[in-house]
Design a protein around this ligand. Structure first.
Ligand SMILES: Nc1nc2c(ncn2[C@@H]2O[C@H](COP(=O)(O)O[C@H]3[C@@H](O)[C@H](n4cnc5c(=O)[nH]c(N)nc54)O[C@@H]3COP(=O)(O)O)[C@@H](O)[C@H]2O)c(=O)[nH]1
Length: 817
């Protein structure tokens, strides 16, 4: 039995029962005693009353009255009998008793003496006269009933017990209520404490106060304890949470660290070059896979603790140690490039070392990287070579030559000795390229380079300047200019002789000549630019002479070159200022009818007057201005054709224009033509392009493609200057030509020169066999015309009919015809 409340209740019941039992016994005794004494007192009073009430009837022996009075006493149930005695006679004067059924009956005989009996004397009343007295004395005897007394006693006792029990019950209820008042808070306290005990303090709520109760102090103490406990728990849980977080952080940190280490290891081991860490005593702390591979260190071998003397030859190790010391002492990075030999194989490596410094600025180790840079060095060497050498001939290029020329000029200033620049240009190299292709040209250039190199002394320079142009620089010639010129001439001629020997190019044998321009220098009298220019001028001089010649620089030639540059400038201005005009030279048939015209450009030079194409077209070609100029011609021709459409006289005329190679090779040339035809709304059939043989044969496939595109638009093609080039029938067959134009050089001496006659006849026959029209240019005489006509050429152009004319004159000519 664990409940205190139950224990208290049981205890209460036991105590109450015991108390009640004792009290019952005691009460019974007390009560019976009290009842008895009360009974005695009451009977005494009754007796006393009877004495008074009975004195008169007794003295006068009035029996009826006596009985009446006695009956009155017998109304009390506890009185069982009552007698009036005459003590003198010992006789019952009157008596009444209750039978067993409780019925009253007269009794003349005194019952047996009983402890519950009262006997008393009745005294005569004072006012009674002696004379009237019938007896002298009397006694009264009252018998009491034991049962009646006991019954009364029991009744009183049971009443008392009921009272006590009632009291007890009330007390019990009060006890239970009191216990409730105590135990409810106690139970709350117990439950709260139980929850506290089972680590549920967070769920325990503060206990409610019981107003004006001693428990409030306990509750208050409990609540304060609880709040402290909660605070402790909260702090502990915070501390635990913090500790947990800290632990997690440590774990995460550890994991991160491990990962970082793995990353670093992976990073290092996958580095394509050797990486290591050393302490300040140059002992290895770590090294990656590349390092091990480089120095053939077995995977199982521990690198930590080793130094360079354990790994590489002592001389090398000493160098590495010195570099480490330098890094540590200066707290600065060190970069080394060195050539190392391993397994008999030499390679270039670069090493980069850096200090590892702590927060306090103290060096506590070094880190190093090493990688093989052999390829890079070779590439750098190659780049250097490419930057300074011509890749085709392996000769010094323009840049290196200029650099060496600068040094040579400085040296000449110091030693006053002459030097010379020889500009070597191969004659007709372009023809070889055109005929046999660039590969063949390249082979030739390589052989030329070898021959040139073989002609010079050590210390002299042969360089390729671009294309077929080479420059030979001679140094350390005589201090005397005449002697120096003679030395130069000697070497120059040696070169010419060497270059003119036959070349074996694949299966072809080839022979060429060269033109050399020479310029002497001494003591920095001339700048590099001047020297180069002079050599260039001399070279043109040689070319203009007989070719296969050496020319020294002539100051007059320089003037011509300067004029050339000036003209180029003026040509640009002429384009901008529209100083050009088209002249028209009529083309006729044998019936003297106009077929069309050739448009020929003229330049109205502001100072020189009218200039002819041969004076500026080559320059325009050279400078690239031919593109703009050619477009201008083409647009002017289209505009003119447009105008001609308005006049029946000019409407059927076909207009021929000269198209240069550069112009024709433009990627958008066809688009340009298309655009102009659309712009001027003219038929393409009225436009004829005169192309030269060299243009057609250079890159023939592209040429045919472009011609076909133009042909499909309706344009006509005439092959200009025919007979002056290679005139290969093989090529001619493939070209979509409409006309062949016999060059005026064949027409000029047609009457007298048998060769020209034969050529013209052949050309005409060939053209007819190819179903091509033939026109002869430069027809100046009727004889020439007839000659041509006799050979089958019926279309003509030449002074016989008209010179090229401005448009108005041309129109007048047409009208006149
Ligand atoms: N790319 C361009 N080239 C052009 C253009 N205009 C001309 N040219 C080229 O210049 C060359 C010289 O032209 P030009 O000085 O006009 O000489 C032409 C005629 O004047 C001349 N000719 C004509 N008939 C006679 C003659 O009976 N006798 C004689 N001595 N000369 C004559 O011939 C030139 C025409 O030649 P061709 O073009 O071959 O028909 C000229 O050849 C063009 O190459 C141009 O706009 N663009």
């Amino acid at each position: 039995m664990k409940s205190i409340r139950l224990r208290l209740i049981v205890l209460f019941i036991l105590v109450t029962t015991a108390t009640l039992s004792a009290f019952g016994v005691y009460a019974q005794l007390q009560l019976s005693r009290e009842l008895e004494s009360r009974f005695v007192r009451q009977q005494q009073e009754v007796l006393n009353q009877l004495q008074t009430n009975l004195a008169y009837p007794v003295w006068i022996l009035d029996r009826d009255l006596m009985l009446a009075k006695l009956e009155g006493v017998l109304s009390a149930p506890e009185v069982s009998a009552i007698y009036l005695l005459d003590p003198v006679r010992n006789d019952v004067i009157a008596g009444i008793k209750r039978d067993t059924r409780g019925v009253l009956e007269m009794s003349a005989k005194l019952s047996n003496p009983s402890p519950l009996m009262l006997r008393s004397q009745i005294y005569p009343p004072p006012h009674i006269d002696e004379s009237r007295r019938r007896i002298s004395t009397a006694h009264i005897v009252i018998y009491f009933s034991r049962a009646q007394i006991d019954q009364k006693l029991r009744l009183a006792l049971s009443q008392r017990i009921i009272e006590v029990l009632t009291m007890d019950f009330i007390l019990l209820v009060m006890l239970i209520l009191s216990l409730r008042m105590v135990f409810i808070p106690l139970r709350g306290l117990r439950d709260a404490l139980n929850r506290l005990a089972s680590n549920q303090a967070e769920e325990v709520e503060e206990l409610s106060y019981i107003q004006r109760s001693e428990f409030d102090q306990v509750i208050d103490a409990f609540n304060r304890t609880l709040s402290k406990l909660k605070m402790i728990i909260l702090r502990r849980s915070q501390a635990e949470s913090m500790a947990h977080d800290a632990l997690e952080q440590v774990r995460a940190g550890q994991q991160q660290l491990m990962r970082k280490e793995s990353y670093q290891r992976a990073l290092l081991d996958n580095f394509p070059f050797a990486v290591w860490l050393k302490d300040t005593e140059s002992r290895y702390l770590s090294a990656n896979v590349a390092f091990r591979n480089l120095f053939d260190i077995d995977k199982a071998d521990e690198i930590v603790g080793k130094n360079d003397f354990d790994i590489v030859p002592p001389a090398m190790a000493a160098g590495y140690r010195a570099a480490d010391r330098e890094v540590i002492a200066n707290k600065k990075n060190v970069y080394l490039e060195e050539q190392i030999t391993r397994d008999g194989h030499s390679s270039w490596v670069e090493t980069y070392k850096a200090p590892v410094i702590d927060d306090q600025g103290v060096v506590f180790g070094t880190v190093g990287f090493l990688r093989d840079i052999s390829e890079r060095m070779a590439a750098a060497e190659e780049i250097k070579h490419l930057a300074f050498y011509d890749p085709l001939t392996r000769l010094p290029n323009r840049r290196l030559l200029l650099d060496r020329l600068k040094q040579a000029l400085a040296m000449s200033l110091r030693n006053s000795r002459h030097g010379a620049l020889l500009m070597v240009d191969l004659d007709l190299f372009k023809d070889l390229n055109d005929m046999h292709g660039h590969d063949m040209g390249d082979l030739l250039l390589q052989q030329v380079a070898q021959r040139l190199s073989a002609c010079i002394r050590e210390g002299d320079t042969v360089s390729r300047f671009g294309g077929d142009e080479f420059i030979v620089m001679l140094e350390n010639l005589s201090g005397n200019s005449a002697e120096a010129a003679s030395q130069t001439k000697l070497i120059g001629e040696k070169i010419l002789a060497a270059l003119s020997l036959p070349y074996q190019l694949d299966t072809h044998q080839y022979q060429l000549s060269a033109s050399i321009g020479a310029s002497l220098f001494v003591s920095q009298e001339k700048t590099i630019e001047e020297l180069m220019k002079q050599a260039d001028i001399a070279m043109y001089q040689a070319k203009n002479a007989h070719r296969n010649t050496l020319c020294f620089f002539d100051p007059h030639m320089q003037h011509a070159i300067e004029q050339h540059a000036k003209l180029e400038l003026e040509l640009r201005q002429a384009l901008a200022q529209n100083q050009f005009e088209l002249y028209y030279q009529i083309q006729m048939n044998s019936a003297h009818q106009a077929l069309g015209a050739e448009a020929l450009i003229r330049w109205h030079h502001p100072h020189k007057g009218l200039m002819y194409p041969r004076e500026f077209i080559p320059l325009a070609e050279e400078s690239g201005l031919i593109l703009k100029l050619g477009y201008w011609v083409m647009e002017s021709a289209c505009a003119q054709l447009k105008l001609w459409q308005q006049n029946p006289l000019t409407r059927p005329l076909v207009l021929a224009i000269n198209v240069s190679a550069k112009q024709f090779r433009q990627a958008n040339f066809v688009a340009q033509v298309q655009e102009l035809l659309e712009k001027y709304q003219i038929s393409a059939k009225l436009l004829k392009f005169e192309l030269t043989e060299s243009l057609l044969l250079d890159n023939i496939e592209d040429t045919i493609a472009t011609m076909n595109r133009l042909k499909s638009m309706g344009l006509q093609f005439s092959l200009d200057d025919f007979g002056t080039g290679y005139s290969s029938l093989q090529y001619l067959k493939r070209l979509p030509l409409d006309q062949i134009k016999i060059d005026q050089s064949f027409v000029r001496d047609l009457a007298t020169d048998a060769n020209d006659k034969a050529i013209v006849r052949t050309v005409i026959a060939m053209a007819h066999s190819l179903n091509l029209d033939v026109i002869a240019e430069g027809v100046e005489t009727e004889e020439q015309r007839q000659n041509l006509s006799a050979k089958g050429c019926v279309h003509y152009q030449g002074y016989l009919f008209s010179k090229p004319l401005p448009i108005q004159d041309f129109l007048a000519l047409l009208k006149q015809n």
